[in-house]
Design a protein around this ligand. Structure first.
Ligand code: SAM
Length: 283
């Protein structure tokens, strides 16, 4: 059967693995599920057995046609389209769904992080996400300070979610097999972010500036971003935040990043008089 590599099509070969992914998330009969990329329906089959309703977004219209009619419309709603362009808030309103929903997907690897970022913008509508990712991306999401894979993506996801690694699968679990191993992760939306940062937009700008060049010290990365961040007197700012300027961003815990954000936001407010232009997070 034809597969489209460009769309990251690697289909689960064994229904037992599909069932294991669905069972790992402890679905309840009243749950509403958003499935990303149902493909040939490997996960959809088990999701539809356990949840009240599945909204499945698939970009490949040929696959949507293949799946059409397999389940009653009230059970599985197939949506032909690009998940990255989906306005989830509008979809849920149109469908009369108010409860936080459960997200599932064996994600197309090349756009998996873009999909996570897109969905995090709609975090208020989500309960959790159970997603399969390339193993290295799962590592980046879940890693802790001090690890090589700790960076912007880890901080973004851990700020909003509690993450857990479920299990890893070899390439042979898929048809056609990808070149990489895959890991299923569970991300549960936090009731409130992991740390209090005063201003989320500025927090994420700061994190991106700190990680601009991983091998440089935090002082040097901040120096390069003074105009963008509108901050001066970096040495004293770092001292007030209790941070050694020679450290590297990959050693900073969320709490330390939050403390640095607070000190910087306050320093900006006292020099510029107002902070009006600080906006939405740039996720
Ligand atoms: N769920 C199926 C399975 O596990 O066998 C298929 C998983 S396959 C890794 C990824 C699926 O996502 C494919 O069906 C692909 O066509 C679909 N896809 C790729 N890009 C997409 C996008 N931007 N929006 C929605 N679906 C997409």
């Amino acid at each position: 059967m034809r597969t489209r590599k460009r769309l990251g099509q690697h289909f689960l070969a064994d229904p037992r693995i599909a069932r294991r992914i669905v069972e790992a998330a402890d679905l309840r009969p009243e749950d509403i599920v958003l499935e990303i990329g149902p493909g040939r329906g490997a996960l959809t089959r088990f999701l539809s057995e356990r949840a009240a309703r599945v909204l499945a977004v698939e970009i490949d219209e040929a696959l949507v046609r293949q799946l059409a009619g397999r389940w009653p419309e009230g059970k599985v709603t197939l949506i032909a389209g690009d998940i990255l362009k989906l306005n989830l808030a509008e979809l849920l309103e149109r469908e009369g769904i108010s409860a936080p929903i459960r997200v599932f997907g064996n994600l197309p690897y090349h756009i998996a992080t873009a999909i996570l970022r897109h969905l995090l913008r709609f975090r208020a509508y989500l309960h959790d996400m159970t997603v399969m990712l390339q193993r290295e991306v799962a590592d980046r999401i879940l890693s802790l300070p001090g690890s090589k894979s700790y960076g912007y993506l880890s901080i973004l996801v851990q700020y909003y979610c509690e993450g857990q690694r479920l299990f890893t699968l070899p390439p042979s679990a898929f048809r056609p097999p990808p070149k990489v191993f895959s890991t299923v992760v569970h991300l549960r939306m936090r009731d409130r972010p992991a740390v209090d940062v005063l201003n989320e937009g500025f927090f994420f700008e700061l994190v991106s500036a700190l990680f601009a060049e991983r091998r440089k010290t935090i002082l040097n990365n901040l120096k390069r971003a003074t105009a963008r961040l509108r901050v001066n007197d970096l040495a004293s700012v770092l001292q007030r935040a209790g941070l050694d300027p020679r450290r590297r961003a990959e050693t900073l815990a969320l709490e330390e990043l939050a403390e640095l954000t607070k000190v910087l936001v306050q320093a900006r407010a006292s020099t510029s008089g107002d902070d009006a232009e600080l906006g939405e997070p740039t996720i």
